[in-house]
Design a protein around this ligand. Structure first.
Ligand SMILES: [Zn+2]
Length: 101
């Protein structure tokens, strides 16, 4: 994972660079270059983090996880807002519930 400190350094670093670009480059190019840094750099960091985890893509995992959720549906109790699995709320015993996705 990307740690918080690295992320902050990146954030302020790219902010400084993008402000610098606004001054160096004429109107549309400075903005486009700044946007490019903000879009490309996080992707680059993410790809590097994914490679370190063994190349498992989180995108495919997310779509698989959506369908996998149907096995363990959680409910939210309408009486006390408790989140639980199963038929009856363990906190207040109410059967009034809605599915939580
Ligand atoms: Zn309840």
């Amino acid at each position: 994972m990307i740690n918080y400190k690295t992320y902050l350094i990146f954030l302020f670093g790219s902010l400084a660079v993008s402000i610098g670009l606004q001054m160096l480059l004429p109107w549309p190019w400075g903005l486009m270059a700044a946007l490019g840094i903000f879009i490309v750099f996080p992707l680059f960091l993410r790809n590097r983090a994914l490679k370190r985890m063994g190349g498992m893509g989180s995108d495919s995992g997310a779509s698989g996880g959506f369908f996998g959720q149907s096995q363990g549906v959680k409910y939210i109790c309408l009486a006390c807002n408790n989140r639980f699995k199963g038929g009856i709320c363990p906190r207040c015993g109410s059967k009034m519930k809605r599915a939580d996705f």
